[in-house]
Design a protein around this ligand. Structure first.
Ligand code: MN
Length: 239
């Protein structure tokens, strides 16, 4: 049986209308790897989330806006982007519940950041104003599926076991990044400038956050990125 994967969603405003939406590449990547994607709206009533989580075989945290720095005990700097408190609370809570239920979690971009904050870690609100020294261009101007910078992978990691390469290129569309890593997580890949590009847990179940957008790369026919989704779906099937 194919596993059911909860896919978190963004909210957008178009005039007076408000929409709940997911970039289709996320749906394509999960489907291609053998999962059944189920879009999760950012509901305000969190009292039934355990029941919701019990219906899911895995959680996929999508990309999106910045995470509210209050959630890691910081006040906002001027370079902080748009935040959505409802989405933050929903995603953090359902992530915590899925981890309590020992279920696999994969986060991309913002999803990697949410995973870290949900477990008690912190973020750079804006890497360019908060880190001294020369950084790479992490907000690429190239098309979404174009790979622009390298990531360097720890050999003793889930990410390495999935991909089997010590370095490879990824796309990049972020200005926030993991700062202090949650105690239950470890860094499994960094960019050439030291920015954290992947975090994971040593727990036996699949818990992985990547700072790039593998969903776009899967759609661009990148076999490496597909292996991340296949590994995730495989872990969800083992429950
Ligand atoms: Mn990057």
């Amino acid at each position: 049986m194919k596993p059911i994967i909860g896919v978190t969603s963004s909210e957008t405003f178009n005039g007076s209308k408000e929409y709940c939406q997911v970039h289709i590449d996320n749906i394509t990547a999960i489907s291609k790897a053998g999962g059944i994607p189920m879009i999760l709206p950012n509901v305000e009533d969190l009292s039934e989330l355990k029941r919701l989580a019990s219906q899911l075989d895995g959680l996929y945290l999508t990309g999106g806006e910045d995470v509210d720095p209050q959630l890691y005990n910081e006040e906002p700097i001027p370079e902080l982007g748009i935040i959505n408190p409802r989405r933050d609370l929903f995603e953090i809570k359902i992530t915590q519940i899925m981890l309590e239920q020992q279920k696999p979690v994969l986060g991309v971009c913002r999803g990697c950041q949410v995973l870290n904050v949900a477990l008690g870690g912190s973020l750079y609100q804006d890497i360019y104003s908060q880190i001294d020294g020369k950084l790479l261009k992490h907000r690429q101007s190239a098309p979404d599926g174009h790979m622009t910078h390298f990531v360097h992978v720890e050999k003793d990691s889930l990410l390495y076991r999935l991909i089997g390469l010590e370095q490879f290129k990824v796309n990049s569309r972020h200005h926030q990044a993991v700062s202090s890593v949650a105690s239950k997580l470890k860094v499994s890949a960094v960019a050439s400038d030291g920015i954290v590009e992947a975090i994971e847990s040593d727990a036996s179940n699949f818990i992985l956050g990547v700072q790039w957008h593998p969903e776009n790369l899967v759609v661009a026919e990148d076999a490496i990125s597909l292996r991340i989704y296949q590994g995730f779906i495989h872990a969800c099937q083992k429950l």
